[in-house]
Design a protein around this ligand. Structure first.
Ligand code: C5P
Length: 203
């Protein structure tokens, strides 16, 4: 699994990140442990207590996260990608702290690798589950992502409801259509999700 945000350095002291708390990812990890799975979590920086899982790998950037995932993936049956991976990183990170001036400052960003798509495009991919946080046209955008990334299951939620909150409403999108999980705690949602994954995986 991946969880949490990533942090992309701008210079020695600054960076780009997002508001993901890691709560949903850690809840899914705990629910998978409860269900008897052996769980490895690759986590970006969060303020949460580390979840009690079999293996926890701390990373900072999307590139670090990709490398950690690639090192684990051959021993993985199910890959659940909950991390809010930054879409872009600096073309060149400044080693020194950038000095303030009165002039405009531009930074050049380049796209990060898509970790989930890298995994789902492997010749023999594990069962891949994606998450999509959208601010508008939730189902349409989420289903489009599911097809683009070739995922048997994608979990959609409204970013403004879910980010940082202890509760969320989820929509599970799979080949059979949509399944709404009405608002509940992230731990309850995580348990429902693991049950759903387990049923699809056994098929
Ligand atoms: O395209 P979008 O970022 O909305 O896709 C969300 C899904 O893709 C999530 O499961 C997220 O963990 C994964 N993702 C990724 N690497 C990226 C971007 C997204 O693994 N660079």
């Amino acid at each position: 699994m991946t969880a949490g945000p990533t942090f992309e350095a701008i210079d020695a002291v600054r960076g780009i990140t997002n508001k993901s708390s890691g709560k949903m990812g850690y809840a899914v990890a705990l629910a998978a442990m409860e269900a008897g799975a052996t769980v490895t979590v690759v986590s970006g920086p969060t303020c949460l207590a580390p979840p009690a899982v079999d293996k926890l790998i701390h990373v900072v950037s999307a590139d670090d996260m990709l490398h950690a995932v690639q090192a684990e993936i051959s021993q993985t049956d199910i890959f659940i990608s909950v991390a809010a991976v930054a879409d872009y990183r600096m073309a060149k990170v400044s080693e020194q702290k950038i000095k303030k001036s009165d002039k405009k400052l531009s930074i050049e960003l380049i796209p990060n690798p898509d970790i989930l798509m890298t995994v789902s495009s492997l010749p023999e991919p594990p069962f891949c589950v994606g998450f999509a946080a959208e601010t508008e046209n939730l189902e349409k955008n989420a289903e489009r992502k599911r097809r683009k990334k070739n995922l048997p299951l994608l979990v959609a939620n409204l970013a403004q409801d879910a980010i940082g909150s202890d509760e969320s409403e989820l929509i599970l999108l799979d080949d059979a259509g949509k399944h709404v999980l009405p608002k509940a705690s992230k731990m309850e949602q995580a348990r429902h999700l693991i049950k759903h994954i387990s049923a699809l995986y056994k098929r």
